[in-house]
Ligand binder design. Structure first.
Ligand code: SAM
Length: 342
């Protein structure tokens, strides 16, 4: 990687805000996971040409993940930061068109490893309803194999997807897979596991060095193709009540979401929470701590600040800190487990 020397705009300007977002992405997300993305996002933060171009996009379309995925999808060189920057500036029309056409819809089946203990503890069978489902790869917790810490692998031996998950705290490792009788969801733009354009975009969203994640994605897409889920197009606030009402009788309806509500405005999030409190279903939220700040007051221990984390909550009661990509599950000491029929 060559280094990029450039002046950095002040953080109190629009360009400075964009540069700050790219630097934060490098430090808080890419560091330790993707040296390539870490270097590229630091380089973007220091390149005024690119910051000016990013500033022409609506704020929600300026995200590092979106730019990097779009540039990769179009074949940008990744080995040299200066070549990457020049390539993106030169091909900006194509790059920006793809950024405007697509959303960051990273679909991470590994999040099922953090959802599984709570799903397995609910009254069975389950009717799963995922809001913000992307391609629906988190709707198959019963089709994946799990490796919790040092424990024995658990789940179907022939599964093409193995999900390792580090554990801390008194994680209630499940003894049985959940019995899923219904898989449905909603997304602003459902991705089709059988559509080559959609699957290729999903692959571009996996960071360059993460070959295991890529294998996992391909395996999970095979699972989803074999047993398609019904995912409707629409806004989660519009659709969730209808989907819960359609759940089959005799199954526990479970609405869940991970890495979704950060995309909503605070008002839309509050509306969703109000709706959920009145629906006859269980509610699992797996989101960044800032999504529901009131929940932070209920935490028996502080959320880690040295790394990105999600808070997982059942019916608004925090029960675990989770790795944003399902890589880690820390069960809160006094979280316990929901009692069957609770
Ligand atoms: C980062 S992806 C996460 C996908 C999946 N939940 C997972 O954990 O792998 C966020 C998804 O939420 C969807 N989304 C964002 N806002 C939404 C809304 N208001 N209604 C429905 N879906 C939404 C996006 O289209 C995207 O597919």
């Amino acid at each position: 990687m060559s280094s990029q020397v450039s002046s950095t705009p002040a953080p109190d300007t629009d360009l400075g805000t964009i540069a700050h977002e790219y630097r934060l992405f490098a430090e808080r997300q890419a560091k330790g996971h993707s040296p390539v993305y870490e270097a590229l996002s630091v380089a973007v933060a220091g390149d005024e040409r690119l910051l000016v171009l990013l500033h022409t996009l609506p704020p929600v379309k300026r995200q590092p993940n979106l730019l990097l995925a779009a540039a990769r999808r179009l074949g940008a060189p990744l080995d040299s930061t200066s070549e990457f920057l020049t390539w993106v500036v030169t091909r900006w029309d194509e790059v920006s068109s793809l950024m405007l056409a697509r959303l960051t819809q990273t679909n991470e089946s590994a999040r099922c490893a953090t959802l599984l203990p709570v799903l397995a503890s609910l009254p069975q069978p389950l009717a799963l309803i995922e809001v913000g489902a992307s391609a629906g790869l988190c709707l198959y917790p019963d089709r994946y194999r799990y490796l919790y810490g040092q424990s024995q692998p658990f789940g179907p031996a022939d599964s093409p997807v193995i999900l390792p998950c580090r554990t801390t705290g008194p994680v209630p490792i499940p003894r049985q897979l959940p019995d899923v009788v219904w898989r449905t969801g909603v997304d602003l733009n459902p991705l089709d596991p059988s559509d080559p354009e959609d699957t290729s975009w999903l692959e571009s969203l996996v960071w360059p060095e993460q070959t295991e994640r890529l294998q996992r994605l391909r395996g999970a897409l095979d699972v989803a193709r074999a047993e398609p889920a019904h995912i409707v197009r629409g806004d989660l606030n519009e659709a969730v009540s209808r989907l819960v009402a359609q759940a089959p009788t005799g199954a526990t309806p479970v609405v869940f979401h991970s890495a979704v509500l950060a995309y909503l405005s605070p008002d839309a999030r509050a509306q969703f929470a109000r709706t959920m409190r009145n629906l006859p279903c269980r509610w699992i939220s797996n989101e960044a701590p800032s999504v529901f700040p009131a929940m932070l007051d209920l935490l028996p221990e502080p959320a880690p600040t040295d790394r990105a984390t999600f808070v997982m909550a059942l019916d608004e009661r925090p029960i675990a800190f989770t790795g944003p990509h399902g890589e880690h599950l820390h069960w809160l000491s006094d979280a316990g487990l929901p009692v069957s029929g609770e």
